[in-house]
Design a protein around this ligand. Structure first.
Ligand code: ZN
Length: 172
């Protein structure tokens, strides 16, 4: 496994829709491992494949590790291939950050509870019922697969100020 570099905005791999994964081969298994390692290193609580430059419908999430007691932390990433939200309920508003959108936080409205179907690395179907932070992290990562980042949830003004600030930074 290897830590990969994280793509940041503006990059087209973040705004294009990622492709369905048909065949779970060694490359996909390795990519999932690399993504987990990259997520823990960052550190973050979730990562989508397009954030490491691979336009594929694959996400990793772990909302427990980052907040666990340092004495007994265990890495247990949830790896989801072709995740789809099949049920949603309620509404919640919370600030989010994103490894691909440095130095910005945006208040994002999400569903409070969701059901997600996907397949795991062995090709077995999975159904996940999630609420609270896990529901939010899953929606954030699935948003990435559809070509959306938290920037799309920001106001037009906030988005343009941010874009201008980042352009200026790139020139220096
Ligand atoms: Zn993100």
């Amino acid at each position: 496994m290897a830590v990969r570099s994280i793509v940041v905005v503006p990059h087209s791999v973040l705004t294009n829709k990622a492709s369905e994964i048909g065949n779970i081969d060694e490359k996909i298994v390795k990519l999932a491992g690399d993504m987990s390692e990259t997520m823990y290193k960052a550190p973050g609580i979730g990562l989508a494949a397009n954030q490491v430059g691979e336009p594929l419908r694959l996400i990793v999430v772990d909302v427990v590790y980052a907040y666990a007691d340092p004495a007994n932390k265990q890495k247990q990433p949830i790896v989801l291939i072709n995740p789809v939200i099949t049920h949603s309920e309620g509404e919640s508003l919370r600030e989010e950050g994103c490894l691909s959108v440095p130095e910005l936080s945006v208040e994002v409205k999400r569903f409070e509870r969701i059901q997600v179907t996907a397949v795991d690395l062995n090709g077995n179907p999975l159904v996940i019922e999630a609420d609270d932070l896990l529901a939010r992290a899953l929606q954030h990562e699935i948003d990435h697969l559809n070509g959306n980042t938290i920037l799309q949830h920001a106001s037009a003004l906030k988005r343009s100020l941010y874009t201008r600030r980042m352009k200026k930074r790139a020139r220096h």
